[in-house]
Design a protein around this ligand. Sequence first.
Ligand code: GRF
Length: 206
Amino acid sequence: ARIVVLVSGSGTNLQALIDAENAEKARSSAPAFGATVVAVGADRTDIQGLDRAEQAGIPTFALRVKDFATRAEWDRALRDKVAEYEPDLVVSAGFMKLLGADFLAAFDGRVINTHPALSPSFPGMHGPADALAYGVKVTGCTVFFVAGGVDDGPVVAQAAVPVEPGDDVESLHERIKTAERALLVDVVGRLARQGWTIDNRKVTFQ
Ligand code: GRF
């Protein structure tokens, strides 16, 4: 399956997908990953996520909102650029912009996102910080299908992560990201190999 990954920062989720694909190539005995990253897109330039793609020889593009007259025009330009790569699945992994109606209409039901909290708890930009502030003992990460809202689409998979005494936002987010990378690779591989259906928010692998 062809996947386009959207990033805004360090790109460790992207790296996990690249590594899973390379592991499959390196060892024929490795379980088939079934997905290949055909392009990496970003909403900004000079981020490590784009460097990781370039090091892996993967085409990249960056579309900044401020370069467009309106947000809707940026959304349509992103849609058209992603469409050039004919993805089976679009993976928003640490991408910090909300994808708009035109983008989601073009890739309806084929856009997944990772969130470093157990949805529906702690949506938005500061999931780990909000979990820490709330004082939960268990948080985690969620992979879901983007449906236009903020981190509220149909859930594909989740992983629980303990909050340790003495955690600060960084230590907690790093622990979450370790689980998140494994979860994302598992989900992307299964979606790529098995296909899926979504019925009334329930995701079923075929
Ligand atoms: C991930 O935890 C993602 O869920 C959140 O920001 C982090 C991005 O990490 N939105 P990276 O860019 O994949 O390293």
